[in-house]
Design a protein around this ligand. Structure first.
Ligand code: URA
Length: 277
């Protein structure tokens, strides 16, 4: 009689997932009845046995789950723009046209629209969020949903219009279910954002929430602790002052006078820095 565990291993090998799927627990010694000769020689039970209510050790192998696959990005200059193509893009329009077909990370195939960023290409003040949500994915523009409405009001509160600043995100494609982008996803997109910053040459960057602070500035302390405290990021040949503040979506959830006052203070500090001379 063939060994069921060996058959299981052979199946995994055939599927190319050997080692990726955990082996079922050893069923232990097989019941003696299985070794009592050919089927005809065995006595049939007279009454049906009750079905087991829970899997026992000797249960058959579980159904095969699809093995988790590593994302293999397509190759080619459109799907995986070369760093050289990014570095030599001379304008934002040129950069966008070179990277908008990007499929370098698993977020690419899931997007509806590539959300490059928008605003004054020579803005003094730049806002960086986390990544597009549903509304942004539908429209191909950053911060156009509820959080965006609040961001517009925050910008207005310091005497500026949305068109006078630049708004971008750490990732340019929507993470599924609006989850936080993973480190590799952020890393795959960061070169694009850095080139964007090089071209815009903002005087101050305001990071919105923990993700841009971690991925762009390398600061992983909690945003509640760090907000309002100046940081710096080196981009190209410049050190750019960074003002970390809360993400507008957080402000909407914690709509307290304290949180709103904090954001107001942070934005005023950013504006004051730009007007200092
Ligand atoms: N949240 C973000 O971080 N970015 C957007 O563009 C929208 C919501």
């Amino acid at each position: 009689m063939s060994d069921p565990r060996q058959a299981w291993r052979d199946t995994l090998k055939d599927l190319g997932v050997m080692g990726l799927v955990p082996e079922p627990a050893d069923p232990g010694p097989r019941p003696a009845v299985l070794d009592q000769g050919p089927p005809a020689a065995r006595a049939r039970p007279t009454a049906p046995r009750p079905l087991p209510t829970a899997p026992t050790q000797a249960s058959p192998a579980p159904p095969l789950q699809p093995a988790p696959r590593e994302y293999a990005p397509p190759t080619g200059p459109e799907a995986c723009p070369e760093p050289e193509a990014v570095a030599t893009a001379a304008t934002l329009v040129e950069l966008e046209s070179r990277i908008q077909g990007c499929l370098a990370c698993p977020l690419g195939p899931g997007r509806l629209r590539f959300v490059f960023g928008e605003g004054d290409p020579a803005a003094r003040l730049m806002f960086i969020g986390e990544g597009p949500g549903r509304d942004e994915d539908l429209q191909g523009r950053p911060f156009v949903g509820k959080a965006g409405e609040l961001l517009d009001r925050m910008i207005g509160a310091i005497g500026l219009a949305r068109e006078q600043v630049y708004i971008a995100n750490i990732v340019k494609c929507r993470p599924p279910d609006n989850r936080v982008p993973t480190g590799p996803e952020a890393a795959a997109c960061l070169g694009y954002l850095r080139r964007q910053i090089e071209l815009i040459r903002p005087g101050v960057i305001v990071t919105l929430g923990a993700t841009p602070l971690r991925e762009l500035v390398g600061e992983s302390a909690g945003i509640t602790k760090i907000r309002g405290q100046w940081r710096r990021v080196r981009v190209g040949d410049r050190d750019i002052p960074v003002m970390p503040t809360f993400h507008p979506a957080y402000v909407l959830r914690q709509y307290t006078p304290e949180v709103r006052k904090s954001v107001w203070e942070d934005l005023k500090a950013a504006k004051a820095w730009l007007e200092r001379d």
